[in-house]
Design a protein around this ligand. Structure first.
Ligand SMILES: Cc1cc2nc3c(=O)[nH]c(=O)nc-3n(C[C@H](O)[C@H](O)[C@H](O)COP(=O)(O)OP(=O)(O)OC[C@H]3O[C@@H](n4cnc5c(N)ncnc54)[C@H](O)[C@@H]3O)c2cc1C
Length: 371
């Protein structure tokens, strides 16, 4: 007998949001998470809630991201009420700082495509010149030529977010087992059985939300989930008094005063998530060109993490006609999208019906046309 309606494999950013979203609907949910040393982008990310660069060639994703951002205040309030933990969301705007005219022109062209993708800009997207950037962020370097600004962009505490989702999930009656990686999966036509070192668990529905682990889990079922790892590194400063009123795509000040400098994109790192001196030097060098006063602040640590990435950088949400009750979800912006995963995707999964909007984000988009 299955004690749970749904098993969610992976309790990172995506699995936790879906898990809480399902528990919120009254489903009996079990979340199974990996071992301590497993890849966890949930604990390594930069914490941006970012819409200004998302979906210029896929309108469904642009709208999905925009709706996620709009949901953030309500999502945070509900999580706080249930878990008593703040996600620290502030959504009063964010800047992509440009260090050359070519970069600024690229941003301008991106914003024009974003406007088209959305059928008119519904995000407050603006190109700022150097003086306008200086008005928002004091102490910019001489190389700064301008910035892309989005009035709805913002940032959160990723740890607060993850803890809040876990606690709210448990308070809703959800079960979570950590250090309990799924080793095998079987289906007998009506029930999914997952095998772990702690035994077998059964449910009629199964959600694969294991980040880069989805590739391995899908392969066990003969399903291709084309996700791969993309390493990123982040540097962290000592705590300093408030200096940055707005997050930028490479530098932000957290709610506790540390300044984060980020974040690299390293496709060939495999699963090696260690910080490396050459990349740290590059990150620091670029950030110093943006904000030379960073040189006065001590860096205290650095870390690396592995993003789950797809070939076109858009998410994968799938159902599988040959595997009734099976769903997969993975994306590279799991912080930004957490509210929509909980409040829109989870109800669609519970109803076993991913809408046409989500069909555009199926991995079937990668299938090669043969005629
Ligand atoms: C450096 C960096 C910066 C980033 N910055 C941002 C940002 O600013 N904004 C943003 O929105 N996103 C950002 N991200 C991306 C964001 O962190 C990810 O999109 C998000 O964490 C993905 O969530 P996930 O649940 O798919 O994967 P993860 O958070 O990695 O979680 C996957 C979970 O699955 C578990 N798992 C794996 N295999 C199994 C198995 N067999 N059985 C059970 N459990 C398993 C793992 O233990 C892990 O806990 C960043 C990521 C990195 C690395």
């Amino acid at each position: 007998m299955a004690r749970h309606d749904i098993i969610v494999v992976g309790a990172g950013m995506v699995g936790s949001a879906i898990g809480w979203g399902l528990a919120r609907l009254g489903c009996r949910v079990l979340m199974l998470d990996g071992a301590d040393e497993s890849e966890r982008a949930a604990r390594a990310n930069f914490g941006l809630v970012w819409g200004q660069s998302k979906g210029d060639t896929l309108p469904e994703y642009a709208r999905w991201t925009r709706e996620a951002i709009q949901l953030w205040p309500e999502f945070q309030a509900e999580l706080f009420e249930e878990a008593g933990i703040s996600c620290g969301f502030i959504g009063s705007g964010g800047l992509h700082i440009c260090l050359s005219d070519a970069e600024l022109e690229d941003r301008r062209a991106l914003f024009a495509r974003m406007g088209k993708a959305e059928g008119g800009n519904t995000l407050d997207l603006r190109i700022l010149d150097r003086h306008e950037v200086a008005d928002l962020i004091p102490g910019i370097g001489p190389d700064v030529v301008g910035a892309g600004f989005c009035g709805q962009d913002g940032h959160v505490s990723p740890h607060g977010l993850l803890m809040a989702m876990h606690r709210a999930f448990v308070r809703r009656g959800g079960d979570v087992l950590s250090s309990c990686p799924v080793l095998g999966i079987e289906h007998n036509g009506t029930t999914w059985t997952v095998q772990t070192k702690d035994g077998l668990f059964r449910s009629p529905m199964l959600v694969l939300a294991a980040g880069t682990g989805n590739k391995v889990l899908g392969a066990k079922l003969g399903v291709d989930i084309p996700v791969f790892g993309l390493k990123g590194q982040i540097l962290v400063s000592e705590r300093v008094s408030p200096r940055l009123n707005f997050p930028t795509h490479k530098v932000r000040q957290t709610e506790v005063g540390t300044i984060l400098l980020g974040d690299s994109k390293e496709p060939d790192a495999g699963s090696d998530d260690r910080a490396t001196v050459d990349v740290m030097r590059d990150i620091a060098g670029r950030c110093l060109r943006m904000l030379p006063w960073l040189a006065e602040i001590n860096l205290v640590r650095a870390w690396g993490g592995i993003r789950s990435m797809t070939a076109d950088s858009y998410p994968i949400y799938d159902v599988y006609p040959d595997h009734p009750g099976l769903f997969s979800a993975c994306c590279h912006s799991g912080v930004t999208l957490a509210p929509i995963h909980a409040m829109r995707l989870a109800p669609l999964i519970a109803a076993a019906n991913l809408t046409p909007q989500l069909a555009a984000m199926s991995a079937r988009r990668f299938d090669v046309q043969t005629n």
